[in-house]
Design a binder for this molecule. Structure first.
Ligand SMILES: [Zn+2]
Length: 478
C-alpha cells in the first residue's frame, strides 16, 4: 500500500527509545501501567505486536534501521567500522529528495567522535548532563572528585534525566523554524542503565525505596561482566527480590519515557506536523533483567533483548494491529515506498523491501549477535585473568523467527529452537528433539541464505579499543 499523504514528500521521524523491551509496556499487555500515554494513542496507530531488532545493541541496531540491512550485511559491528560506500543510508537517500536530516542523540554510541559512521546534516547530543549541572553546581566544583560524588548522589535522587528534557526543548525550537521536508532520528536513552528514575516517575512502583538502595541495586547493571565472567565468589548475581526492584526501577524509567512522549506529542500538535509527517516509534534492542541469567543487553539474543515495540502514527490513521513477525529493517523500505511508487525501483535500494504498510507480511524476522562490546583483553583485565563462561564472549548467534518458531544458530554452543506460541519465555529448548530435525535444517538454510554462515565474516573475538570516551564509560561500557 502506498500511503496517501496529501502533500508530497512527507516528513519522517524515527523515535528510538533506547533499550526498551516490548514485554514491559502496558500497550503490549504488561500488567503494570507503564505507558498510559502510549495506551491513549492506540486507537490511532499501527501497532506491530511481534517486532524484533536485528541486533542486540545500540550501534549495529541503529545502522540496521538506517540502512534496512542486517548486521552481517552492513558489517558495522562495532565503532570505527566504516560503512561500505555502496550502501544507501536514509539520510543520504533523503538528501537526494531535498530533505534535511537531523539526529538528536542521547546515546554516545551515536556520535561521529565515537565512530558512528552515518552522517546527518546536523547532529545534536544530549547525554552530557554535566553542562546543565555545571551551571547549577558551579560553586561546588572545587575538585572533580567532590563534584562527581555530589553529581552521582543527585542523579540517584532523581534530579536529572538522561537528556530528554533538553532534547524536547531543542525539537520544539527546531520545528518552529523548519521549512524543508525533514527526516529526524530521535534517540531517547532514558531506559538505558543505570536506571535512576527522575522525580516525576520515581517511587511509582518502588514506593518508599531509599536512594541508597536505588543506587546499590541499579549499579548491578554495571557489574554484569563480573557476574558472568569473574571467578571471584564475592560477585553474587542479584537475588530474586533484588531483580524485582531492578525491574521496577526500569519500569519507572519507562513511565518517565511515556511522560516525555506526551510532551513530545504536544510539541508535534502545536507545530502542526501531523498534517504531513509519518512518525515511527521503536527501540534498538531490549534488556535482560535477570532473564536467562543475564543483565543489560549483551551475549544473548533471547526475546527480552531483541523483541521491541514498533508503532506508526500519521494523519487520520486508524487502528491496526499486526501480529506478524517483523523486524526494524522494514522501516527503511517503508520510507522509500512513500517516496517512490515503483516497486522495481524500490528493489534497487532495498534487499529487504517489505513495507510496514503492506497488506501481507512474510511473518519472518532475523537478528544477530556477532561481536561483543568488550574485547577479550579488556574483559580479562577487568575481571582479573581467567574467565569463567568464556564461551559467552566467543559465541556468535544468528536468529530466525518464523511463524511460531524461533531458531538460534550458535557458533560455539548447541543450537536452540523454541516454540514461542507455547513457550514465549524460551525455557524449553527443542533443538535436540528428533521430530524437529527437518524444521531446524530448513531454518538454518534460511539463515545462511539471508545472513551467510559464521565463516563468511571476519570475526574478532571482541573489539580492541584502548580507551572508551567517558560518556560511554558512564553507560557502564568498560
Ligand atoms: Zn541501545
Amino acid at each position: 500500500m502506498y500511503l496517501n499523504i496529501e502533500k508530497k514528500k512527507p516528513n519522517f521521524i524515527i523515535i528510538i527509545l533506547d533499550t526498551l523491551r516490548a514485554s514491559n509496556l502496558s500497550i503490549y499487555g504488561y500488567k503494570k501501567k507503564t505507558t498510559p500515554f502510549l495506551s491513549s494513542l492506540l486507537k490511532n496507530c499501527y501497532l506491530y505486536k511481534n517486532a524484533y531488532s536485528p541486533a542486540t545493541w545500540t550501534l549495529p541496531a541503529h545502522i540496521s534501521i538506517l540502512t534496512g540491512l542486517y548486521p552481517s550485511q552492513h558489517k558495522v559491528l562495532h565503532s570505527n567500522e566504516m560503512i561500505d560506500e555502496n550502501i544507501v543510508t536514509l539520510p543520504q537517500f533523503l538528501k537526494n529528495f531535498g530533505y534535511i536530516s537531523k539526529m538528536y542523540t542521547s546515546n554516545p554510541w551515536l556520535d561521529e567522535k565515537n565512530g558512528f559512521p552515518i552522517k546527518f546534516d546536523n547532529t545534536y547530543k544530549f547525554w552530557d548532563l554535566y553542562s546543565d549541572e555545571k551551571k547549577f553546581l558551579f560553586f561546588l566544583s572545587i575538585t572533580n572528585k567532590i563534584y562527581n560524588k555530589i553529581r552521582s548522589k543527585l542523579y540517584f535522587r532523581g534530579y536529572f534525566d538522561k537528556g530528554a528534557k533538553r532534547l524536547l526543548e531543542k525539537i520544539k525550537r527546531d520545528l518552529a523554524e523548519q521549512s524543508k521536508p525533514f527526516f529526524f532520528l530521535i534517540n531517547f536513552n532514558e531506559t538505558h542503565s543505570l536506571y535512576s528514575p527522575p522525580k516525576s516517575s520515581k517511587h511509582n512502583f518502588t514506593e518508599n525505596l531509599p536512594d541508597k538502595t536505588i543506587e546499590r541495586i541499579s549499579s548491578f547493571c554495571n557489574l554484569e561482566k563480573y557476574f558472568l565472567f569473574s571467578n571471584n565468589y564475592k560477585y553474587k548475581f542479584p537475588s530474586e527480590d533484588e531483580l524485582v526492584i531492578l525491574e521496577d526501577l526500569y519500569n519507572e524509567e519507562i513511565l518517565y519515557t511515556d511522560q516525555v512522549l506526551r510532551k513530545l506529542w504536544k510539541i508535534f500538535y502545536d507545530s502542526n506536523i501531523f498534517e504531513n509527517t509519518i512518525v515511527f516509534i521503536t527501540s534498538d534492542h531490549g534488556e535482560s533483567i535477570g532473564d536467562h541469567g543475564f543483565l543489560t543487553h549483551e551475549f544473548s539474543a533471547y526475546n527480552k533483548i531483541i523483541k521491541v515495540p514498533l508503532l506508526i502514527f500519521f494523519k487520520n490513521n486508524s487502528r491496526r494491529v499486526i501480529d506478524s513477525n517483523i523486524d526494524t529493517t522494514t522501516i527503511f523500505p517503508t520510507i522509500i515506498h512513500n517516496l517512490i511508487g515503483d516497486e522495481k525501483k524500490i528493489q534497487e535500494f532495498c534487499i529487504n523491501h517489505q513495507s510496514l504498510f503492506s497488506n501481507e507480511f512474510n511473518n519472518l524476522s532475523f537478528s544477530e549477535f556477532l561481536k561483543p562490546i568488550i574485547s577479550e583483553k579488556n574483559l580479562k583485565k577487568l575481571v582479573g585473568g581467567v574467565l569463567k563462561n568464556e564461551y559467552l564472549l566467543k559465541n556468535k548467534q544468528k536468529v530466525i523467527i518464523k511463524n511460531r518458531f524461533k531458531f538460534i544458530y550458535n557458533s560455539i554452543i548447541s543450537d536452540e529452537l523454541y516454540d514461542l506460541r507455547i513457550d514465549p519465555s524460551e525455557l524449553n529448548n527443542l533443538g535436540k528433539i528428533e521430530k524437529y530435525k527437518n524444521l531446524i535444517n530448513n531454518l538454518k538454510k534460511e539463515i545462511i541464505t539471508t545472513l551467510g554462515d559464521f565463516k563468511n565474516l571476519d570475526y574478532d573475538s571482541g573489539y580492541e579499543k584502548p580507551e572508551l570516551s567517558s560518556p560511554l564509560k558512564s553507560l557502564g561500557y568498560l
